[in-house]
Design a protein around this ligand. Structure first.
Ligand code: NI
Length: 399
């Protein structure tokens, strides 16, 4: 089939399945599952794909669904990834398909990502006679907090059970973009994200007799204040980094100096070499202030997310595909990287590809907000984009 005919055929199938995919999205939204617990979601995806010629692989971890579609001819191999997990949040919308589970909500659009990839799988399955190579559909659990993308890549999700992927693509809903637009940039796209915890152990006592106590609140306050000097005075103004304290817990009474304080927060950066600068400075501050204040301070941290770096060739491909498949005015170059974290970074560390944003409208609640909802109007272009990228990559890599 000629390229234009193929594109028209894809668009016709998408229009045909759009009501079904929208209903699937609502079903997912109504039944959110947290990171690592996506059992029902995985089951739903598997059951939907059962009616296609896509070969479903045994799970690599537990709740992942990975399928391989073999095209009629051999050629290059494309992997498409969607994340499936929800967030521990109470949903505050009045939607008819509002979450039925307290404290669980699809507040990051992963319901939309999953629905788009299911739809894309159905479309490409219909077009398999025109495919040269394979398409690997990866429905990933635990993007939030657990960063299970790292474990999946290590477990061989891009090479086991079929030909190894030549390119990987993913989309993420984004609220500061017009609905149906696609946006990305070459190079750094998302930040590395880590989390730290500082335990300050002093000596409890009566609030009226501070001389006999070691005050963990005062010590902790000095640490919080000093942490804010790290980015200002250790990181070059040309580079981007963030140190944010997001939790400070200590004390229960107005007249008792507590024994301990707990400080937690997050660090973000774009260049791998910034990690050491931030962590060394944190160590010095925590140790130094602890000594000065006579308190015992311990710093723990973990770095689950590395920076997401796009490959320039595939950003250019995404731009062309967006023009061709989604509309002439639908491509928006991402001006600066985001300081958010994303575990698709682990796919892009090993394989070439691109991570793109999918616009869901500008005047809507942002991701991780209790009133967030994925915009169904973005589903069509999400599917068109994935189909277009698959076909374009198979043409490009083959030549
Ligand atoms: Ni997300």
């Amino acid at each position: 089939m000629k390229k234009t005919a193929l594109k028209q055929r894809a668009a016709a199938i998408i229009d045909h399945i759009l009501p079904e995919i929208t209903a699937l999205r609502h079903n997912l939204h109504q039944h959110p599952e947290l990171a690592g617990e996506e059992f029902a979601t995985a089951e739903l995806v598997r059951n939907t794909l059962k009616f296609t010629d896509i070969e479903l692989l045994p799970p690599f971890l537990e709740t992942d669904v990975v399928g391989i579609l073999h095209g009629a001819k051999s050629g290059s191999n494309v992997a498409l990834r969607a994340d499936m997990d929800a967030l521990p949040l109470n949903e505050l919308t009045n939607l008819p398909y509002k979450s039925v589970f307290d404290g669980k909500m699809h507040a990051c659009g992963h319901d939309g990502h999953t629905a788009i990839l299911v739809g894309t799988a159905i479309v490409l399955n219909e077009l398999r006679e025109s495919l040269s190579g394979t398409v690997r559909f990866i429905f990933q659990p635990g993007e939030e907090e657990l960063a299970l993308g790292k474990k999946l890549v290590e477990a061989g999700v891009l090479k086991t059970g079929g030909p190894e992927a030549d390119a990987v693509f993913a989309l993420h809903a984004f609220n500061q973009l017009p609905v149906g637009t696609i946006s990305s940039r070459p190079g750094p796209m998302m930040a590395a994200a880590g989390f730290f915890r500082i335990r300050v152990v002093g000596r409890g006592g009566h609030g009226a007799r501070p001389e006999s106590a070691i005050d963990p609140i005062l010590t902790g306050s000095k640490i919080v204040e000093a942490l804010q000097s790290i980015v200002a005075r250790n990181v070059s103004p040309q580079d981007a980094a963030v140190v944010s304290v997001c939790r400070f817990e200590a004390g229960k009474n107005a007249n008792v100096i507590p024994e301990e304080a707990l400080i937690e927060g997050t660090i973000r950066f774009l260049k791998p070499e910034t990690e050491k600068i931030l962590l060394d400075a944190m160590q010095r501050i925590v140790k130094g202030i602890g000594t000065a204040m006579n308190a015992k301070c311990e710093l723990d941290y973990r770095m689950p997310y590395i920076p997401t770096i796009n490959h320039a060739d595939f950003v250019e491909m995404a731009r062309c595909v967006t023009h061709e498949y989604c509309g002439n005015d639908k491509w928006i170059e991402t001006p600066v990287p985001s300081m958010g974290g994303e575990d698709f970074s682990f796919y892009l560390r090993e394989y070439p590809g691109v991570f793109c944003r999918l616009g869901i409208g500008e005047d809507v609640p942002g991701i991780h907000h209790p009133q967030f909802d994925f915009n169904d109007e973005a589903l069509r272009n999400g599917m068109l984009f994935f189909v277009g990228m698959t076909l374009a990559a198979q043409l490009k890599i083959k030549n």
